[in-house]
Design a protein around this ligand. Structure first.
Ligand code: GTP
Ligand code: MG
Length: 282
């Protein structure tokens, strides 16, 4: 069966069920929405100041996009989250494992071991609860994301990482002529991720590369890649910048967080506050 046929079949089945009262309609009350939001959990990053900036940590039912220059700490933050998400909810975690989709071949189990050990966690167990999928081209990535649901259930994952969301599409679709198709495919990809986040109550973290806008006269000329497609679909966008040994995270786009920035360090424990700092949320 073609995808289009399947979609129309599903839609007419849904209409029938809604009319007969067996299935809830598309409209739900704000109270019900609030009920679902109450199931939302937050995962600590390991840095108090970054957690404060995020009002508690990375959220489930949302896509958090992290972008920044090379070496700004995107991959390191992803590694740290793979460990902290396994902490019980009472200790700032999500009490579940992580699925790590690696498009840049930068996943390092040794680093996970180091972070877990420094945090006093059982490294063997932590490694056991992280499932890594290396993807080599954009079609492969799209295919993997299509079948994510069963893996989330199978591995009881609470965190889903795509590091990075755009590198493969960016490398394969070159030139203006291919831009429309690239954006369409990215759009489908990121919306699928959003649905997984909502349906399975998992936190989705995607990393994104940056491009420099040579025509920007004022301010910082770096922009995340992927254009509006990624911008609109991400719930939160965090910009990471290097500042000597420290890193500065800025919330660029969020439905409710106030504008702000936080400083953190990359250490043996993953992500931590800057030394001797009580500057959380400054
Ligand atoms: P790209 O993927 O190249 O765009 O960069 P990224 O933003 O993913 O950078 P990444 O997260 O890989 O950060 C690299 C930086 O993290 C390095 O410059 C190091 O300063 C730091 N780092 C990497 N590994 C370790 C480690 O094991 N311990 C500590 N303390 N720092 C590390
Ligand atoms: Mg990286």
């Amino acid at each position: 069966m073609k995808e289009v046929d399947a979609a129309s079949l599903v839609l007419s089945a849904r209409k029938l069920l809604e009319e007969s009262g067996l299935l809830e309609g598309s409209f739900v009350t704000a109270a019900e929405v609030l009920g679902r939001r109450k199931e939302m959990m937050r995962c600590t990053t390991g840095s108090k100041s970054l957690d404060d900036l995020l009002e508690g940590g990375i959220e489930t039912q949302a896509i958090t996009e992290v972008y920044g220059d090379f070496g700004s700490g995107k991959t390191q933050l992803c590694h740290a989250l793979c460990c902290t998400c396994q902490l019980p909810p009472g200790k700032g975690g999500l009490g579940g494992g992580a699925l790590y989709i690696d498009t840049e071949n930068t996943f390092r189990p040794e680093r996970i071991k180091q972070i877990a050990e420094s945090r006093g966690m059982d490294a063997g167990e932590v490694l056991q609860n992280i499932v890594v999928c290396k993807v080599y081209n954009s079609s492969h990535l799209e295919l993997v994301v299509k079948s994510l649901g069963k893996y989330i259930e199978k591995f009881k994952a609470k965190l889903l990482i795509v590091d990075s969301i755009i590198s493969l599409h960016r490398a394969e679709f070159i030139g203006r002529g291919t831009l429309a198709e690239r954006q369409q495919r990215l759009n489908a990809l990121i919306h699928r991720l959003m649905r997984q986040a909502e349906v399975y109550n998992v936190a989705v973290v995607v990393s994104n590369q940056v491009q420099t806008q040579p025509d920007a006269f004022f301010g910082d000329p770096t922009r995340p890649t992927g254009g509006n497609v990624i911008a609109h679909a991400s719930t939160y966008r965090i910009y990471l910048k290097k500042a000597g040994q420290e890193r500065i995270a800025t919330i660029v786009d969020s439905p409710y967080h106030p504008y702000g920035e936080a400083r953190f360090r990359i250490t043996g424990k993953g992500i931590e506050d800057p030394e001797g700092s009580k500057r959380g949320g400054e």
